[in-house]
Design a protein around this ligand. Structure first.
Ligand SMILES: O=C(CO)[C@H](O)[C@H](O)COP(=O)(O)O
Ligand SMILES: [Co+2]
Length: 215
């Protein structure tokens, strides 16, 4: 059974407490927090104060996805704001090994996200240090985009590497995830499904989470 990380990017920001409480009452395993800086991605979402506000009401661990340039500048702040996992982008980290060690020192679970054009093999020499690899199945920056089909074979390749070398990181897929692609993603080796629109645009988000979980 997959774990589900609903993305609050698709929540009603004017009713964030209500939506976090809905997630608390659901079978979601994490709350996915999408931070965008308008530089690494062409959109601005929210930052540390909103993460802190979500944490205040959350009963699930915060899975913080940092779509920002030079993320090292803010890692300690996001940890203090409640992040259980800190995921940085491969494309934003020229000194990725140092960044990952820093996340570990802060006491958070280190993750690395890959844009659609970045191959899973780029992470070969750091895989043993990671708790999570996030494969973007859309170009980062916006919710509600169409799932990129090439994701299946990327997940399968990463899963083969994990099995071959006995690594323990989890595989997460983020972007355009819904009931049409969840089952195949899980079959290829995904552990955590991030879902924004397919959960929050559903008439019954709690049931939408449950259905994804049982895919
Ligand atoms: O990281 C993200 C976008 O960059 C979001 O987590 C992702 O898009 C989730 O939203 P949706 O399920 O609507 O695609
Ligand atoms: Co995300």
């Amino acid at each position: 059974m997959a774990e589900i990380a609903p993305s609050i990017l698709a929540a009603d920001f004017a009713n964030l407490q209500r939506d976090v409480e809905m997630l608390n009452a659901s079978s979601a395993d994490y709350i996915h927090v999408d931070v965008m800086d308008g530089m690494f991605v062409p959109n601005i979402s929210f930052g540390i104060p909103v993460c802190k506000a979500v944490y205040k009401h959350a009963k699930k661990p915060l899975d913080v996805h940092l779509m920002i340039e030079q993320p090292d500048r803010y890692l300690a702040d996001f940890k203090k704001a409640g992040a259980a996992g800190l995921t940085v982008h491969f494309e934003a980290c020229p000194n990725l090994h140092r960044t990952i060690q820093y996340i570990k020192e802060l006491g958070a679970a280190p993750g690395v996200a890959l844009n659609p054009h970045t191959s899973v093999e780029s992470l070969f020499d750091i895989l043993s240090d990671l708790s999570l690899v996030l494969i973007m199945s859309v170009n980062p920056g916006f919710g509600g985009q169409e799932f990129i089909e090439n994701t299946y074979q990327k997940v399968a390749r990463l899963n083969r590497l994990r099995e071959k070398f006995g690594y323990s990181f989890k595989i997460e897929v983020d972007g355009g995830v819904n009931l049409d692609n969840a089952q195949l993603l899980i079959r290829e080796g995904v552990d955590i499904l991030v879902a924004g629109s397919s959960v929050f645009n559903s008439p019954d988000p709690v049931q939408a989470i449950e259905l994804l979980k049982n895919s």
